[in-house]
Design a protein around this ligand. Structure first.
Ligand code: ADP
Ligand code: MG
Length: 297
């Protein structure tokens, strides 16, 4: 393995097995927490998600990778019910979120934490108020209890000294920490992160990745990070899913993204300018023929 790739080898300890290690009679029972089946999403007739399917198991950390513009945020918004889909089904925590409404969708929302790409902090609220907001909206806890829980979560992300500051006074990395504290304040079963390290310098990115890993272990949730940063994907994930041309091109352990001859994966992992990823697709310009050829390769 070239030395530039050696630094991408995952840091997880061996005691934390990847899902495919768990086979045979002694394997722990796994539960599917996200099941996506033949999901299609178009914007103004332009297909972004092209019948993609995948499943995620409880307690694991996943990254969904792919080049900018390939549909990662669209997929995440679809999973969160924030954008309507054209067809296919999405089961989150056993509930079909594409058809459900009312109390059931509220229950999924309560059990799901999200860190948006922009952090999405409310600018008129302090750091502490932002973190406390889900508790105020979804629980009947007393004001003092809410404050205690929010302060504790801020401690977990190392932001206790900034609790009275306003979002505008925070650096990008601090905003992400605050958004992370807010996302875990209800101790969710599922944590979604959109580009958790984008815009961060390499050291801040590594610190944020370790923070995310530590927190997911602490609260025992399944985490799904959407990212174009390979380093983040390798550091965080039991499994990586690569999104390309509207489908899951490959799902597997981080090592399978290095030990492969697949041209698409190699181009992305090695960050090369030339290769199939640089070729257009569908209404972006590729012919149907080229697309079929690729899908049959
Ligand atoms: N609300 C929208 N309306 C129209 N096109 C959109 C919208 N959101 C995203 N797109 C387009 O869909 C494609 C996928 O976008 P996105 O999901 O943001 O990709 P990624 O997160 O992988 O960078 C892009 O071509 C983008 O321009
Ligand atoms: Mg995005």
């Amino acid at each position: 393995m070239p030395s530039s790739e050696a630094s991408l080898v995952p840091m997880r300890p061996a005691a934390d097995p990847a899902p495919q290690a768990a086979v045979g009679p002694a394997a722990p029972v796994q539960k599917t927490v996200v099941r996506v089946h033949e999901l299609v999403k178009e914007y103004d007739g332009r297909r972004v998600l092209d019948g993609l399917s995948f499943q995620l198991q409880r307690g694991h950390v996943y990254s969904i990778i792919g080049p900018s513009g390939c549909g990662k945020t669209t997929l995440l918004k679809s999973l969160l019910g924030l954008t309507p889909v054209d067809s296919g089904s999405i089961h989150i925590l056993g509930i079909d979120v594409s058809t459900v409404s009312g109390a059931e969708s509220e229950s999924v929302r309560r059990r799901t934490g999200v860190v948006f790409q922009s952090a999405a902090l409310l600018s008129s609220m302090s750091v502490l108020e932002n973190v406390a907001l889900p508790l105020r909206l979804h629980t009947e806890f007393s004001a003092s209890m809410i404050r205690r829980i929010a302060e504790h979560k801020l401690e977990l992300v190392g932001m206790q000294d900034s609790r009275d500051r306003m979002p505008a006074e925070l650096s990008g990395g601090m905003k992400k920490r605050c958004a992370l504290a807010r996302a875990i304040v209800l101790e969710p079963d599922l944590l979604f992160l959109d580009e958790p390290t984008s815009g961060a310098d390499p050291v801040t990115a590594a610190v944020l990745d370790e923070l995310v890993l530590g927190l997911t272990r602490k609260i025992g949730c399944t985490a799904v990070a959407v990212t174009h940063e390979m380093r983040t994907a390798f550091r965080l994930s039991h499994e990586i899913l690569m999104l390309w041309r509207g489908r899951i091109h490959h799902q597997g352990a981080p090592a399978s993204f290095i030990e492969t001859d697949d041209k698409v994966i190699n181009q992305f992992v090695q960050g090369r300018g030339k290769g199939p990823l640089s070729e257009p697709w569908g209404q972006n310009g590729a012919s149907e023929e080229a697309r079929r050829d690729f899908q049959n390769h």
